[in-house]
Design a protein around this ligand. Structure first.
Ligand code: 13P
Ligand code: SF4
Length: 315
């Protein structure tokens, strides 16, 4: 039996429910988690909503069904809680692209610049940043920086380029990308649009500029979900990780959603391989054993908290 295979007769849903009550745990899940995890979670959200939920919970245990930088953010904001994550290897290509020593060298070479980092980065990278943003509040964060102040933006070059277009601010961009959002195929998008001329194209700002150029609406995961509920349209081509379509379908049972495929037909490239490392079985084991636990050096936590609080203070 593999280490992730359950013993026979364990009803994983019932057990997760029992264990979360027994341990006074809250299960937080990102929209990119598999459908079963979304359905059993106490709270589903985008990165900003999940950070706020982690900060505000009074549960003893936070079970973070998302990726590592999200669980780190929960620990930074709420250090007295036990934070566990079903799979500690659930990383992020954007966070990996921007190791703290390399960001420090970039920052040292630009001493006059303010460093704005997208929340998709490690605690060590956050600690070197002046302010953090998510895709929900990035425009507001950039606009909070006085005109004329030069800005370094890390690590997502696509979100950075989108922000330059939205705010008119000139920024130096770190060249990181998301392995999911950079893979979307423009050719397949054009074909889907031709097939479904009434469909609205909705896209996450981590997508490459040619994809964003076709989008009727660009926004964070929660913003895309809200658009499907409030825009009145009934067909949507979805240019983000396909996990979110579960919530879109639940909220709009009469609407139709077409996930935009990646360039490569041989893989489910619109599924984040890191997010999908978390499974119901691992969630069950993690609640049962309270492992793997995310721990953090206190000096690092305090340093990373400062730019996160600056973001939170912007509302
Ligand atoms: P959101 O903040 O929009 O949920 O995005 C998180 C993410 O990792 C997108 O790839
Ligand atoms: Fe990171 Fe992309 Fe996965 Fe989001 S979808 S967690 S940005 S690799």
């Amino acid at each position: 039996m593999s280490s992730t295979t359950l013993p026979p007769k364990v009803d994983v849903y019932t057990e997760i429910d029992r264990l979360r009550k027994e341990k006074n745990a809250v299960i937080l899940a990102h929209y990119y988690q598999e459908a079963d995890i979304q359905d059993i979670a106490d709270f589903i959200g985008d990165s900003l909503q999940l950070a706020k939920a982690a900060r505000d919970t009074d549960a003893d245990v936070i079970v973070f069904c998302g990726v590592h930088f999200m669980a780190e953010t929960a620990k930074i904001l709420n250090p007295t809680r036990t934070v566990v994550i079903p799979d500690m290897d659930a990383g992020c290509s954007l966070a990996d692209s921007c190791p703290a020593p390399e960001l420090k060298a970039w920052k040292d070479a630009h001493p006059e610049h303010v460093v704005v980092s997208y929340i998709n980065c490690s605690a060590a990278t956050k600690a070197l940043s002046d302010v953090i943003c998510t895709s929900s509040n990035a425009v507001r964060v950039i606009e909070s920086i006085p005109e004329g102040t030069p800005i370094l933006f890390a690590p997502d070059r696509n979100l950075g380029a989108y922000l330059i277009r939205q705010t008119g601010r000139d920024m130096e961009l770190w060249q990181g990308t998301c392995i999911v959002h950079e893979t979307f195929s423009e050719k397949k998008l054009v074909a889907l649009m031709a097939e479904h001329p009434m469909a609205q194209v909705i896209a996450h700002p981590e997508c490459e500029p040619p994809i964003l150029a076709y989008a009727h609406h660009v926004g964070s995961t929660s913003s895309l979900l809200r658009y499907t509920q409030e825009s009145g349209f009934e067909e949507f081509i979805v240019a983000t990780e396909s996990g979110i379509i579960h919530q879109m379908e639940k909220a709009n049972p009469n609407a139709t959603f077409f996930p935009l495929p990646g360039l490569d037909d041989s893989c489910n490239c619109n599924e984040c391989p890191y997010m999908r490392l978390n499974t119901m079985e691992k969630l069950y084991r993690c609640l049962r054993d309270l492992e793997p636990e995310l721990k953090m050096d206190e000096d690092l936590r305090v340093a990373a908290l400062k730019p996160l609080e600056r973001m939170m203070d912007l509302g």
